[in-house]
Design a protein around this ligand. Structure first.
Ligand code: RB5
Length: 149
């Protein structure tokens, strides 16, 4: 598994907690981190998202984006063609994001959830396959649409 974790200062602590937990559970995984190096290092979340989306599209990496609420990073990520970023608050949204929406980015709110719930969301996201079927045409419509204004 090759995962890229990106956080601003508000997501720094959760990013570190998740990476530490995964390093312990899956030492064979490749985990990359981008963004704030301390919780005090203020940074602008839109600018952090841009290189991460390019890595997801060109290298097939799964990205986990973490800002304070998860809102700003999910808004930015979903501006990129082919990206389906899902802001998840619980295991159910994490499961549905994969099963129904074929999400390729997990977004978490670092100031809104505890480490254990976030890890459960991430594990659910990584282990749930896309159901396809009736959801496939909807995903294709999402990816095909581009507002021209
Ligand atoms: C940073 O203070 C905060 O605004 C940011 O992390 C995020 O929550 C924005 O949506």
């Amino acid at each position: 598994m090759n995962l890229l974790f990106v956080s601003d200062h508000a997501g720094f602590l959760l990013r570190r907690a998740l990476v530490c937990a995964l390093l312990h559970a899956h030492p064979e995984w490749t985990l990359q981190e981008e963004g704030a190096t301390h919780a005090q290092d203020r940074c602008e979340y839109p600018m952090l998202v841009i290189p991460a989306m390019q890595a997801v599209r060109t290298k097939g990496i799964v990205a986990v984006l973490i800002c304070g609420s998860g809102l700003g990073m999910s808004m930015m990520a979903n501006r990129f063609q082919g990206i389906r970023a899902a802001l998840c608050h619980d295991v159910t949204t994490a499961r549905l994001a994969r099963a129904h929406n074929d999400a390729n980015i997990l977004v978490l709110g670092g100031r809104l959830m505890g480490d254990t719930l976030a890890l459960d969301c991430l594990n659910t996201f990584l282990s749930t396959p896309f159901e396809g079927g009736r959801h496939l045409a909807r995903i294709q419509a999402l990816d095909a649409y581009q507002d021209r204004k």
